[in-house]
Design a protein around this ligand. Structure first.
Ligand SMILES: [Zn+2]
Length: 171
């Protein structure tokens, strides 16, 4: 019952992650349907259920837009503690934040311009643009993580559930 379940709005938009107990309650109450299931089953006194992996609400619920707080901790988490120049993973103490376009050149302190860099790469890049330093970031684009990616990364392991991906990357 500790399995995590992706919750979709009626529109298929990802809205949350909950545990299997709560998801099954929603199925039993008839307010959601199972879109994907795990192989495992659980047995109650009267019935056996396959544990849902993805559920979808029958009725659309309005969810206010939620954003992930911009912070050092959250940037490291988004980048999975991986230097975005050399591609190696480090413990947090060895990592710094780098402005891809330096602030002196108008680079902003935002999700799309701040990345994780190891101390060595940051020192090497110094106050230069990637072009000047001849150091490209390992990804083309950076942005704020989707709130649910983030919930998942912070609450659970970094490995995504395979069957969630089509929903998480749908938009
Ligand atoms: Zn590095």
């Amino acid at each position: 019952m500790d399995a995590s379940v992706l919750v979709l709005n009626a529109s298929y938009e990802v809205i949350n992650i909950c545990d299997a107990r709560r998801a099954i309650k929603m199925l039993v109450k008839g307010i959601a349907s199972a879109e994907r299931e795990y192989e495992r089953e659980i047995h109650s006194a009267h019935a056996a259920f396959k544990i849902p992996s993805v559920i979808r609400l029958f009725r659309y619920v309005h969810i206010p837009h939620r954003t992930v707080k911009f912070s050092r901790k959250n940037i490291l988490l988004r980048d999975r503690y991986t230097c975005q120049y050399c591609g190696k993973q480090f413990p947090p103490a060895y990592l710094t934040l780098d402005h891809v376009e330096p602030t002196s050149r108008g680079g902003t302190t935002s999700w799309d311009n701040v990345v994780t860099a190891c101390k060595k790469c940051n020192t090497q890049k110094a106050n230069r643009t990637p072009m000047e330093a001849r150091m490209q970031t390992i990804r083309k684009e950076y942005k704020a993580p989707h709130i649910v990616h983030f919930l998942h990364m912070s609450k659970y392991s970094a490995a995504y559930h395979k069957e969630w991906q089509e929903f998480l990357f749908a938009r």
